[in-house]
Ligand binder design. Sequence first.
Ligand code: XIL
Length: 406
Amino acid sequence: MKPFHQNSTPATGWMMAWLLAAATCSQGADAPILLRDVFKEHFLVGTAINRSIATGVGGGRRAQDQVDGDVALTKAQFNQITAENDMKWQLIHPREGADGYDFAPADAFVEFGQRHGMHPVGHTLVWHSQTPNWVFAGTIPPPESATGPTSEGSRREYAGPRTSREELIERMRDHIHTVVGRYKGKIKAWDVVNEALADGGPEKVLRDSLWLQIIGPDYIAKAFQYAHEADPDAILRYNDYGLENPVKIQKLVTLISSLQEQGVPVHAIGTQAHLNVSTAGFDQMDRSLSEIARLGLPIHVTELDINTASGGQRGTGADIGANAAATQGGQVSDADRRLADAYAGVFRAFVKHHQSVEMVTFWGVNDAVSWRRFGSPLLFDGDNRPKPAFDAVIRVATEARATSDQ
Ligand code: XIL
C-alpha cells in the first residue's frame, strides 16, 4: 500500500474546488477538471506555497485579490503542499538560543494543509543554502583553501571563524529534533538533506559545503538518524536537483547505497526536476526515473517546473542566483506549445513509473509567484488561468485511464 494514497477532502473544500475549477477550466466544461483527481490512481499532485498563500494575506508583489485567487486555485487543484521557504533554517530558526525559532509562518503552513485536506511536506532540514551564519560560526579560523572563490558553494556562504565538528553536530541535532518534533504526526514527509551532491565531473561526489567541511561526510547519516528519532513514522527524503544528468544520478546511487549499507533511515528519493523546455520530455524523465528506481525507494518529484526563458536553457543546474536571474532574451519561441509538449512528456513518464512515483509537486502555484517567473514555467498563468500545458497534462491522465480501462 502506498502510504500517500489515502486522502480525503472536506466537503466545503470540495465545493470550493468545484466552483473554482468550473470557473477557471480552459475547456469550459461543466465538470471540474482537477489535477489531484485525474491522477488519484497514480500519485499525489502538490504545489509549493508561499507565505501569502499559507496565511491568506496579500501585499507586496501580490495584491489581496490575487492572493485570494492563488489560495482558491491551490485548494482546488492540489492535495499536497510544500512550504516554499518558511521551513528553511534561515526562516524557522534565524537566531541561536532558546528563543531562536520563528514558528508562526510554518505553523500557518501546516494548519492550511490540515484545514484543506492537503498533505503538508517539510522542506528542508539540512542544506548549504538559506542557512544563517550563526549555525557555522565559532572561533576556529577557516582553512585557507576554504575561503577562495573557487570553493564550491562558498561565495554566498559564511566565510568567518567556524564552530567545531562537535558543536555543529549539536546544533544540527537540536534543530532537527525541535523542528521535526514540533510537527510530529502532522508532517508525513521531510526533505532531511537537500542538495548534498556535487555538480561537475564524477570524481567529486559530495558538495564542498560548510556541513561537509566542518563535520565531514557523516553529517548526512546523522541528519537522517536525528529526524528518525524525532518522528519514527515520518518518511525521510534525500532531495536533489539535476537527476536528469547521468553523472549526477551515479553520485546519487553512490551516496544512497552507502547510506543503505549503513542502515541509515532514508525512505524516499526527492528529484527536484527544475527542467528546461529545450531538454525536458518523456525520454529524459523516463531514463532518470528508471535509474533512480533501481535504488528500490519511492520517488517523489519535489519541485517540478519547466523553464521557457531563453536565458535559462544553458545548464541543468538549479543554482538559485542563476535561475532567478535567467531573464535575458525573453522566452523561447512558441513557448506555450513547447511547454505543453514538455509537460505531456514528463507526465507520461510519471504515469509509466507510477509504481515508484508517489508524489508530484510543482514548485509554485502559477507563473507570477514562481521563483523562475520570467521563464513562465508552470501550468497556470499569473491570473490563475490554465495554460495549454494544463490541458496537455490532463490529456495524459485521460489517456492513461483509457488505456487501463481496456
Ligand atoms: C527557492 C525558492 O523558490 C525561492 O523563493 C528562494 O528565494 C530560493 O529558494 N531548490 C530548492 C528550493 O530545494 O528550496 C529552492 O527554492 C529552489 C531550488
